[in-house]
Design a protein. Structure first.
Length: 164
């Protein structure tokens, strides 16, 4: 696409885009720091544990877990290895497909997640929802659903893609 065909951002769009990028980056960083400080785990590990806790049998194929967490297979494998070393997750081979492996949340992992969740939810409230009116929360919900729809995520599927 040449410069003549590019639909450059209008000044208000550019300001909105930069604010969005800054807000999401800073929010992710604040949530990660809170979890590191209070629970000894990064946000990425919390997300893995949370996704496993919501899965039937607290178990998911590694490939499905990678997709849900928006992580590469390699990055997820490294994270799960770290979670295994803490006793929070165990890997088991799939009985019907030797190429597949399941990640399963252990009781210790569930306990770690349960201990971390109250502080995480407080941080989400403090940094995001306590700053918004109920109308702004509804607007944010509508906006994020529209963006997710444009990215090919059907209504209702976003819950399984992000930490709680």
């Amino acid at each position: 696409m040449s410069g003549d065909e590019t639909r450059w951002l209008e000044p208000d769009e550019l300001e909105t885009w930069l604010s969005y990028v800054a807000a999401t980056s800073l929010l992710d960083g604040a949530l990660d720091r809170q979890l590191q400080r209070d629970a000894g785990m990064p946000l990425a590990y919390y997300q893995i544990l949370a996704m496993l806790s919501d899965a039937p049998g607290r178990s998911l194929r590694m490939s499905a877990l990678a997709a849900i967490t928006q992580s590469s297979q390699s990055r997820l494998s490294h994270a799960v290895a770290r979670l295994e070393s803490r006793g929070w997750v165990r890997r088991t081979p799939c009985s019907i497909d030797r190429r597949s492996t399941f990640a399963q949340l252990t009781e210790e992992g569930y306990a770690a997640l349960a201990a971390a969740a109250p502080g995480h939810v407080c941080a989400v409230r403090r940094h995001l929802f306590d700053r918004l009116t109920p109308e702004q929360v509804q607007q944010l919900h509508e906006i994020t659903r529209a963006v997710l729809s444009g990215l090919g995520v059907a209504d209702g599927d976003a819950r399984g893609m992000l930490p709680g």
